[in-house]
Write a protein that binds this ligand. Structure first.
Ligand SMILES: [Zn+2]
Ligand SMILES: [Zn+2]
Length: 351
């Protein structure tokens, strides 16, 4: 137990967090209040389910079913026919639009604006009407990551500056449709937090000749204090200075700037490890709402050898309030080292 609350600086962003475990003892403490994510489903017919394909714009990527539907149809005792494994479709309600012309800025005195140019895509991760990505078999979860990779490679060729890849699970984490899905949004600029983290990594590299995350991962694996699990290529750690209890990262153990450079074998390994971590988070945090966020090297930078990609999981177990929104200083009621120990104990066996 920490002797007193601790201020911690996040080495990637410079953001400060306050680790204050005694706050967990408060009645209805945020750290121990589960946020149920499966609270009914009022979205029928679901636009992401098979048979409803016309409710979405035409797909930009489809992984067909591995068993052709005609081979299954009509046989007694078979599961219903599934026409596809993953569909990626343009968002029907996009916040950004590919046809907006860019890059340019409208400057009017102090006011600066630019068109919201970009693509907004939805990765429909399974034909099954599941709310929980943790229920996907490892091969299907690997397909989700494969869809991220394949779309990132295609979108990078269009010249966007950045791709934000993320997933909201549960209404409290911002999911508006229950059927498990992720989002990919490309932008004509690098968003501020991504730019800040990239700049910190670049300065570290210029000063030391080392990648910041390579150095961190080596030290984290050595100390094992915040290490939840690892595999041949990846390690999963609780964040040193988290915004939310049980906030964690998956990082490649060897330097790699771009997620989209992973091959199928690596994606399968990633999915296997991630599925176990999701199960541990569900067991320890009582199936919380969460976001997962992929940080891959910004396309808009000329060189990114200092950038090390990572996948972040933010369980929504606390309610950001005045100090967090107003000042960027987060109070976390669970000590990251204890969170790692709890998650380690709750991991299902591998393989
Ligand atoms: Zn559905
Ligand atoms: Zn690195």
């Amino acid at each position: 137990m920490l002797p007193q609350p601790q201020l911690r600086r996040d080495p990637l962003s410079g953001r400060w967090a306050i680790i204050a475990p005694e706050r967990a003892a408060r009645p209805h403490s945020a750290g121990h209040r589960p946020t149920p994510r499966r609270d009914g489903d009022h979205e029928f017919p679901c636009p992401f389910c098979p048979g409803q394909e016309e409710q979405t714009p035409p797909a930009v990527l489809v992984y067909p079913a591995s068993v052709p539907p005609t081979h299954q149809a009509g046989l007694p005792g078979t599961t219903p026919t599934l026409p596809w494994r993953v569909r990626v479709v343009p968002n029907r309600y996009p916040a950004v639009r590919p046809e907006a012309s860019w890059p340019y800025c409208l400057v009017d005195g102090p006011w600066v604006a630019a068109p919201a140019a970009g693509r907004s895509e939805v990765v429909i991760e399974t034909p099954l009407h599941l709310a929980d990505p943790g229920q996907l078999p490892v091969a299907d979860l690997a397909d989700v990551f494969r869809a991220y990779r394949d779309r990132l490679l295609a979108l990078a060729a269009e010249g966007w500056a950045y791709a934000a890849v993320f997933k909201n699970v549960g209404a409290e984490a911002g999911a508006s449709l229950v059927h498990t899905h992720s989002q990919i949004i490309t932008l004509p600029l690098i968003p501020p937090l991504a730019l800040q983290q990239s700049e910190i990594a670049r300065h570290h590299f210029q000063r030391t000749g080392q990648c910041l995350i390579c150095t961190l991962v080596e030290s984290e694996i050595r100390s094992a204090e915040r290490l939840i699990s690892d595999s041949r290529r990846f390690a999963v750690l609780t964040a040193y200075a988290p915004r939310f209890p049980y906030e964690l990262w998956l990082v490649p153990r060897s330097h790699l700037s771009r997620f989209e450079d992973l091959d199928d074998q690596a994606l399968l390994e990633l999915a296997g490890l991630w599925k176990r971590v999701l199960a541990a988070v569900d067991a320890v945090c009582d199936q919380p709402a969460y976001n997962w966020i992929l940080h891959t090297a910004p396309w808009g930078l000329a060189a990114t050898e200092w950038f090390h990609w990572r996948l972040e999981l933010l369980p929504r177990l606390a309610q950001p309030a005045g100090l967090e929104w107003g000042f960027g200083c987060f109070i976390c009621s669970v000590v990251p080292e204890h969170a790692a120990a709890q998650l380690r104990d709750a991991l299902p066996p591998s393989g």
